[in-house]
Design a protein around this ligand. Sequence first.
Ligand code: ADP
Ligand code: ADP
Length: 228
Amino acid sequence: VPALSIQGLSKTYDNGFSALKGVDLTVPQGGFFALLGPNGAGKSTMIGIISSLFKPTTGSVHIFGTDLLENPSIAKQYLGVVPQEFNFNMFEKVEDILITQAGYFGIPAKEARPRAKRLLTALGLWDKRDSKSRDLSGGMKRRLMIARALIHKPKLLILDEPTAGVDIELRRSMWEFMQQINIEENTTIILTTHYLEEAEQLCKRIAILDHGEIRINTEMKGLLAQLS
Ligand code: ADP
Ligand code: ADP
């Protein structure tokens, strides 16, 4: 089954604006998939629906074959999402944030601790485990968002503009880590970005969303040939 399958997805906001207009999208298992599009294309709307923040107006979403609207609790086990905005409890300590998150998935603290240590170490945050998240730098918060999204070993990780406002050195180390997770844990990774360059380096497949519609959905190589 595909990691993600979206059919006929549309979203009309209360003010009457249609941010998604019948999107069909299939993301195969295994690699990195880029969802590209200019600001306002509908990327965050799509991720909001996949994250169950709100419901689509029409259409369906399947995550590893499970219908998100019919079986949300099962579908969510497969999924880790890194939204654009930081949404931590600012007074909770770094390690506790991961343990709390694991609890939402029914993973006891005892089991979650070694995983939390591994993730925080790999992301350069282990020394900060007892700090409150509000005391972290922007780049550290970004990495903590990634660690939190991975605590329950999701099979699909979705990153919404993960490198926005992140300097080039940190960007590189974030992607190295992501590639390691992709290979070692066989996690499918979808990222949204408006940098074609970044997508080009990482992703085998790419889809382009524009004004709420998928314009292109192709192998990265094919796209580059088309553009040149
Ligand atoms: P992207 O993430 O690609 O920049 P978004 O999904 O954030 O795009 O937004 C798509 C369009 O929907 C934009 O034009 C935005 O202004 C509009 N939009 C987003 N959220 C709302 C909302 N709550 N109500 C009305 N319009 C919205
Ligand atoms: P700031 O947001 O204040 O610039 P950051 O948290 O972004 O600080 O990064 C501080 C430094 O930590 C970076 O310059 C980088 O060298 C280092 N760093 C970034 N990512 C990692 C990582 N995955 N593992 C180890 N060190 C890292």
